[in-house]
Design a protein around this ligand. Structure first.
Ligand SMILES: NC(=O)c1ccc[n+]([C@@H]2O[C@H](COP(=O)([O-])OP(=O)(O)OC[C@H]3O[C@@H](n4cnc5c(N)ncnc54)[C@H](O)[C@@H]3O)[C@@H](O)[C@H]2O)c1
Length: 339
């Protein structure tokens, strides 16, 4: 039985604990030392050209790749950031598959894309949380526009629930739409990219995928999850020798003025968060993608600084800095969110 098949069968009593001898073999000290020193020397030799290349790349202006004529799929493309991304990708000459659970909005975006940029665009209905719906979407896009070269996982629910808010179904839905959906779309579209040795997978996370927030635990968890998924996917592509052909970009926006209800909700909390237009975030995303950036914070320099420094500062400092600069989240009983 393969390892991953055994993994699912613990309940039937087939669990076999590892023996100590299996994990700790006695290695003589001299052998261990020699092995360690050899590895350090090998690393020092190999790291020199890598550091030199990275240093030269830092000095040179980033080269933008062309995506003209490629097919881009944007989930949640009917409204908000997704709509702005569809238009920005069309401006680069892409054909655009606008996929959304809200079909009329997806069709409106597709029409706007065609009218403004004269490229091919179609609206499709999909529930990204449903694997079958995503599988059918691939077939429909391939027959209408051709295979997908650029996958933008943007669809998400801006549900700001603490751990104690919302129903069991709300929690499941947020995780399914914001995180699990990325597995379904990547599994469905990556194989074609591998076959054609060409592709780019983009995910919209959030600065709440870097900075914790106890008042939106479920959302934060999904956005941290997206960040982990994208970093791991990037590593898998590297391990498979595909890093030069298929690229990944994970985007961390701050506030985006998309839905009125969401902006009003945050305003009621009296928090000072940096707001940007969907066009600003779409511009940062596509520019980052064209230069094959793996991670990008789509916000101001101060937000970038806070995100980069967050893991370096002691918790007490970060808490104080957040309270002073962003404001203190009101108690749950005073929030206007779901209960
Ligand atoms: N608005 C912000 O302040 C903000 C900040 C950081 C990150 N983000 C992220 O940016 C992305 C887009 O957010 P937005 O503000 O444009 O949201 P939005 O609500 O304006 O648009 C989301 C779109 O996704 C669609 N959608 C929802 N569930 C879907 C499903 N199951 N299947 C397919 N489509 C579905 C909706 O119909 C809608 O058209 C999200 O992932 C969000 O988490 C937003």
């Amino acid at each position: 039985m393969a390892y991953h098949e055994q993994y699912f069968s613990h309940a039937d009593g087939s669990y076999v604990p590892a023996s100590i001898a299996q994990t700790t073999k006695e290695i003589p000290l001299s052998t261990a030392l020699l092995d360690g020193v050899t590895k350090v020397i090998k690393l020092l030799v190999l790291i020199v050209p890598v550091l030199l290349r990275d240093f030269v790349q830092l000095l040179l202006p980033a080269q933008k790749k062309s995506i003209k004529g490629q097919v881009a799929l944007v989930t949640g493309g009917g409204n908000g950031l997704g709509r702005a991304l569809c238009l920005r990708l069309a401006q680069e000459g892409c054909a655009v598959a606008v996929a959304d659970i809200d079909l009329p909005s997806a069709q409106n975006t597709a029409k706007e894309v065609r009218n403004r940029y004269g490229v091919n665009a179609e609206g499709f209905r999909v529930d990204v949380a449903d694997h079958q719906s995503v599988a059918e979407l691939r077939k429909r896009i391939e027959s209408a526009l051709g295979p997908v070269d650029i996958l933008v996982n943007n669809a998400g629910l801006l549900a700001m629930l603490s751990l104690s808010e919302g129903s069991v179904q709300d929690v499941q839905r947020i995780i399914n739409v914001n995180l699990l959906s990325h597995f379904w779309t990547i599994r469905e579209f990556k194989d074609g990219m591998v076959e054609r040795r060409r592709g780019h997978i983009v995910a919209i996370s959030s600065i709440l995928g870097i900075l914790p927030n106890g008042r939106s635990i479920c959302y934060n968890t999904t956005k941290f999850g997206v960040r982990g998924l994208m970093a791991s996917l990037n590593d898998e592509l590297y391990s498979d020798g595909l890093a030069e052909h298929i690229h990944t970009t994970c985007v961390y926006p701050a506030g985006i003025k998309t839905r009125k209800d969401f902006v009003d909700f945050v305003k009621d909390l009296k928090l000072t968060i940096p707001w940007h237009s969907p066009e600003y975030v779409a511009e940062a995303t596509v520019t980052g993608m064209l230069t094959n950036k793996t991670d990008l914070i789509a916000s101001s320099t101060i937000v970038k600084f806070l995100c980069y420094c967050y893991p370096l500062f002691p918790k007490s400092f970060v808490r104080l800095a957040t309270d002073v600069m962003v404001g203190k989240c009101p108690p749950l009983t005073r929030r206007s969110s779901l209960k």
